[in-house]
Design a protein. Structure first.
Length: 428
């Protein structure tokens, strides 16, 4: 196959170079002024609501129907098939997806809207903009600002793109979309499994409706409750400090400059236990942990946002390290890793941790000793071990799914630049 050198790298001779403006019918962005909040209004999204492949509408702003219609007339409302791009702020150019959700929304100016002309596949060009070449071009030549990174829309129109036959656009993007769909299905399955775990933890250790001797809910079936410093708890239970029953920041030895897995804060999810991945690097300093440990982000805003992970992505028995802003929580034979992670995700614990943060605004964190001092009710060993028996299969399934997600993600990331540059071509 014959090749040509272009401003976006080496491409097949029968491909060309075009630009966002040349292949688009509309290139615009959202509203440059934010209307007042209206609690019963309609949805207005910004970069903070963007995820990898769509919006999370759970915390998006609401505006009045009148303001919504006004912005809609100003082309601030995306249509299905539009490419949406984060163009302002910390995540500038990191989040790019094709809008496919049913909700009718309007956008703030932090998001660019690219509506392609006919005979151009938005999924293909979305993947190109996410590819290493696309990201390098945009961030080197079209991103400005240091304190608040941003993209100037009129310049953004000039971003160069490969000009590719439509059939190849469709075929190449289909391969990548299939991988992304498999990844998303596994992530959804993990979310469901985790919800089951959290529900069981709440029933047993918060609502005290664990199975009694007859297999019925203890409290709802008239189980005896006694007064304690935390309110009524089941007879036979006691209140202890968390540091008495699990290890907080357990001591591990790592040689300086030893190359081991490293996990940063960005790898943690705000809503689930998954860790997106790790890199190998030399140890300098930081939190040290193993598979089975829980990582609690202790600094603002990560703690408030919910960043907490169950470590399950490391090679077996491998020691790893990460951010100094992780608190490592390790279970034992009685209070296993499943219990510890579920506790760290529980609303009561999170509220306590947030209320006990110290430091100035923007640099607040919960001290290690405050986590150790957290008071909780515990039962006899048998109930905690029974909880582990019930939920351990769910955790193992989540771990298996997470390993598949890692493999699929790696495969997608290897194929992405090859499909975008024509090194791999799917013509038929």
């Amino acid at each position: 196959m014959a090749w040509q050198e272009t401003e976006i790298g080496k491409l097949p001779n029968d491909w060309g170079v075009t630009s966002i403006e040349d292949i688009s019918a509309v290139v615009t962005d959202g509203a440059h002024a934010s209307p007042k909040f209206s609690p019963n209004g309609r949805m207005m999204c910004s970069v903070k609501d963007m995820k990898y492949d769509g919006f999370d509408f759970s915390d998006c702003k609401k505006i009045s129907p009148e303001d919504f219609e006004k912005l809609k007339r100003q082309n601030c409302s995306p249509q299905k098939g539009d490419i949406l791009i984060s163009k302002d702020g910390e995540k500038c150019l990191d989040l790019i997806f094709v809008y496919s959700q049913d909700e009718e929304i309007v956008l703030l100016s932090s998001i660019a809207i690219v509506r392609l002309a006919e005979k151009n596949n938005p999924h293909f060009y979305r993947y190109f903009l996410l590819s290493p070449v696309g990201q390098s071009i945009m961030k080197k030549w079209f991103k400005s600002g240091t304190a608040i990174p941003r993209v100037v829309l009129k310049d953004f129109r000039n971003v160069p793109l490969p000009k590719v036959p439509l059939k190849e656009q469709i075929n190449s993007s289909k391969v990548l979309r299939t991988l992304d769909k498999k990844i998303k299905n596994l992530q959804r399955q993990n979310q469901t499994l985790e919800k089951i775990t959290q529900t069981l933890f709440k029933q047993w250790f918060v609502d005290f409706n664990f199975p009694d001797e007859d297999g019925k809910p203890y409290k709802d079936n008239g189980g005896e409750m006694l007064a304690s410093e935390l309110g009524e708890i089941p007879k036979g239970w006691k209140v202890v400090s968390l540091g008495e029953v699990i290890d907080i920041n357990p001591i591990e030895r790592i040689k300086k400059s030893e190359v081991i897995p490293y996990i940063d804060m960005k790898a943690l999810s705000v809503s689930g236990m998954e860790i997106s991945g790790y890199i190998e690097r030399q140890f300098t300093s930081g939190s040290k942990f193993r598979n089975g440990d829980t990582l609690l982000a202790r600094i603002t805003p990560c703690l408030e946002n919910g960043k907490t992970a169950h470590v399950n992505v490391l090679p077996d028995d491998k020691l790893a390290f990460g951010s100094t802003e992780f608190i490592v929580m390790r279970g034992n034979n009685t209070f296993g890793p499943e219990y510890v992670y579920s506790l760290a995700r529980s609303p009561n614990f999170r509220k306590y941790a947030i209320l006990n943060m110290t430091g100035s605004s923007g640099r607040k964190r919960v001290p290690n000793d405050m986590v150790e001092k957290y008071r909780l009710p515990i039962s006899n060993d048998l109930l905690e071990k029974s909880f582990k028996k019930h939920v351990n299969p769910l955790f193992l399934k989540i771990k298996s799914n997470q390993r598949q997600i890692q493999t699929l993600t790696k495969t997608r990331d290897i194929l992405l630049p090859k499909l975008m540059s024509g090194q791999i071509r799917i013509k038929d």
